[in-house]
Design a protein around this ligand. Structure first.
Ligand code: ATP
Length: 503
């Protein structure tokens, strides 16, 4: 698993997808830059989401709100008071950790023991093995599971009651050690706010304290009435937005899974109070369908319904994806009630209500939210696509099987040799195709090596121009995944590529 994840990270760098930020200064932790291919892949994911949410839904519109917002926004949203992580320092190593993550990692180790037992039994019983039955009846496994449940529920309760002393007590009782040094010498647990602060204004007296937004959602809430009035949309309707968000995350690890500067794609759906359950189910199903439409395998997704709810929610679920380090949250679907709009009404003194002509009455709408991290989606797509394949001739090839609709480069145009007029024909094809697709020209190295380079880069098509092309106007088109090659007319290329890369 670790090996696979390391391969993902080094491939992302080697093929121009993701670089560490400010690398020449040894980088900045949990901050990354998207390189020439990464920027394209990220843009294509964003477009795929925008198309599905905004373009395909008559009753959803998109906005682009500012990152800076009036500071009272964050008081109203609860972020000033409640957007905290519980931190603990190790007195010997002086390293800082998230207390809840230390405890969760401890539980993950127990879970690994369960997996080991399951694997052993699977081997022993073969086809007759029934995993569910084994997990629910095997004494040792049941014991492990009970231990995990009791640890996690005690932690959740202590955090909810702000009983930080008990969180520390739990860490001590479990004898959790500093993962780096093994020391068990811990400080007390403290709450730490995740928002980045900054200042607006030139002079010291007039400067105003601001925060960089920790989520894009609030930019939608404060614009709710402006959008509703100018769009004349009737409830139910949605407002979507993509954009940067900032969190001073303490556990900065797992590459672009958890970043300090990241991008969200959020949609707030405004509904009539009382209909939230129906819309919650609708959006859960709809968002899962969106993920499955990319063809990355249904087994890689699962729902995780929350028992412990955030202060604003009456129901919440995550769509989890199987990352190289296990199933983790990719997207959240939250039934946020009227918490946000009511809070903004209270803090701003302005009404944020909707007049329902059918009912002849005004009300504060309820909100259903879908929130996905663009960078996490990038990691899901990229890590799932990177594969090593054994070929018939005994060699292996590295291939990045990106969904074609998301691939940064759709086709590489390759002259077989650098002479006899073949480069001219290839360049002419590039000139024609570039109006519709991102294509590249490549003449360096033997054609076999160029194919491998494009496989590793995730390019779905290679188009090779050879001597016959001069005679009959045909070229060879090679498919990345099957490696099959066909002879086609140059004038048909556009249609062939379009069929595969268009949604
Ligand atoms: P986590 O529990 O992983 O910290 P969260 O529950 O705080 O995530 P939300 O506040 O619900 O996340 O944010 C919605 C989405 O934004 C998440 O599902 C995730 O995809 C993305 N996201 C949140 N924090 C980060 C981060 N630090 N880096 C990258 N993406 C993030």
């Amino acid at each position: 698993q670790d090996d696979q994840f390391k391969k993902v990270i080094s491939h992302a760098k080697e093929y121009g997808y993701v670089f560490q930020s400010s690398e020449i200064y040894d980088g900045l932790s949990a901050v990354y830059d998207y390189a020439q291919n990464g920027a394209e892949l990220k843009k294509n994911i964003r477009d795929y989401w925008w198309k599905a949410m905004v373009q395909m839904n008559e009753n959803i519109v998109g906005i682009d709100a500012a990152i800076f917002m009036h500071p009272t926004t964050w008081k109203a949203s609860g972020h000033v008071d409640a957007f905290n992580d519980p931190l603990i320092d190790n007195k010997d190593s002086k390293k800082r950790y998230r207390a809840d993550v230390l405890i969760e990692d401890y539980c993950a180790k127990i879970e690994a023991k369960i997996e080991k037992e399951v694997k052993k039994a699977e081997k022993r019983f073969g086809d007759a093995f029934n995993k569910e039955e084994f997990v629910s009846t095997n004494g040792r496994v049941v014991g492990y599971q009970e231990k995990i449940n009791s640890i996690l529920s005690r932690m959740a309760k202590s955090l909810e009651n702000e009983d930080l002393a008990d969180v520390k007590a739990l860490i001590e009782e479990l004898e959790i050690a500093d993962p780096l040094t093994g020391s068990k010498n811990w400080t007390d647990v403290k709450q730490f706010n995740l928002m980045f602060g900054t200042k607006l204004g030139a002079s010291a007296e007039s400067a105003m304290d601001l925060y960089l937004r920790p989520e894009t959602a609030q930019g939608i809430f404060v614009n709710f009435l402006n959008v509703q009035k100018t769009s004349r949309l009737k409830i139910p309707f949605g407002i979507a937005q993509t954009g940067k968000a900032f969190r001073n995350e303490i556990v900065a690890r797992q590459f672009i899974f958890r970043m300090r500067e990241f991008e969200q794609m959020e949609m707030q759906f405004f509904i009539k109070p009382g209909t939230q359950k129906e819309w919650y189910d609708y959006w859960k199903e709809h968002r899962m369908k969106w993920h499955l439409s990319l063809g990355m395998g249904a087994d890689n997704y699962r729902f995780h319904d929350h028992e412990k709810l955030a202060h604003y929610a009456d129901a919440a679920a995550d769509i989890e994806f199987k990352f190289p380090f296990g199933f983790k949250e990719l997207e959240g679907i939250h039934s946020r009630t009227d918490f946000d709009l009511k809070a903004h009404e209270e803090h701003s003194g302005k009404k944020l209500q909707y007049f329902d002509h059918e009912d002849n009455a005004s009300y504060t709408p309820y909100v259903l939210e879908t929130s996905i991290g663009l960078d996490r989606m990038f990691l899901a797509v990229f890590s799932n696509s990177l594969q090593e394949e054994e070929l018939e001739n005994g060699t292996t090839r590295t291939v990045l099987k990106l969904p074609s609709v998301l691939a940064p480069v759709k086709a590489a145009i390759l002259p077989l040799v650098k002479k006899d007029g073949l480069p001219e024909i290839a360049k002419q094809i590039v000139e024609e195709l570039k109006w519709d697709f991102n294509v590249i020209y490549d003449e360096k190295d033997a054609v076999g090596r160029r194919y491998r380079r494009q496989d590793a880069n995730g390019t779905p098509f290679c188009i090779t121009v050879d001597h016959d092309s001069k005679e009959d106007g045909t070229v060879t088109i090679r498919h990345r995944d099957s490696m099959e090659q066909e002879r086609v007319k140059i004038e048909d290329l556009r249609t062939i590529i379009k069929q595969e890369v268009d949604v």
